[in-house]
Design a protein around this ligand. Sequence first.
Ligand SMILES: C=C(O[C@@H]1C=C(C(=O)O)C=C[C@H]1O)C(=O)O
Length: 275
Amino acid sequence: MNIGEISYTNIIPLYYYLDREHLMDQGVTITHAVPSRINALMENQLVDIGGISSFSFGKNADHYSLVPDLSVSSYGRVNSIFLFSKYKIEDLSDKKIALTSSSETSVALLKIILDRFYGVQVSYQVETPHFEKMLEHYDACLLIGDDAISAYRKSGAYHVYDLGEIWYQQTGLPMIFAVMAYRNEMETEKGSLLSYVGKSMIESKERCQREKFVPVIKRVLTEHGGTFQFWESYFNGLNYQFSGEHEKGLNLYFQLAVECGLLKTMPSILKYSYK
Ligand SMILES: C=C(O[C@@H]1C=C(C(=O)O)C=C[C@H]1O)C(=O)O
């Protein structure tokens, strides 16, 4: 079994307390990469279970199921998914926007927000995430994850929009950026290991929450700098559940994606029930 692990700070709580040695003994490997890469590896059956963009789950819902109770979501500001713009969002008509190549959920979310919530038509181009280079050539850029956090520190005079905040203001529902999904074959091929991995991720998340993320924050500080207070409010602003409200939020996102022509059909959300 190969587990996909997104190489961003926001998803660490779901993986932090995994017993990696035990997993290795079971023949499990772990692949680290940005979300779009994990999504592609899972589509190509090279990753079996992992945090993936919720949009990628929507595209592949016939072949994937959700590990219950897990997501990377926000009710309002997410603080790591930003549109940095030279213009106010309502004045972006006919402008050129650079989209990070690392994302699928937020790329579709931005298109939904501009089309459906602001009624502005723009042109898009996918680019390697690089704050300065993107804004040298484009009127605005979308960055996510740790790229967005470091760009925010130098965003100075640009208009900065948090997509989680806009989604919540417009819909009153949480925005689900990542889900924990597995390829359906795993249920028959690796049922007990799948169950162990899913339960371990839930336990990891719950322990991190009980500890108020302190051990995670200490590790993140050594790798990414910043202040304890910043990371504390970052992790507390994120939501790692998958409740009925999350399902509502995800279904609305999928419905709008279908209406905008970003998804072909409305996906159905299947959840695993542990035996
Ligand atoms: C909260 C975030 O959510 C991420 C956004 C994703 C996307 O846009 O495809 C995918 C996985 C999430 O980890 C973030 O990266 O800042």
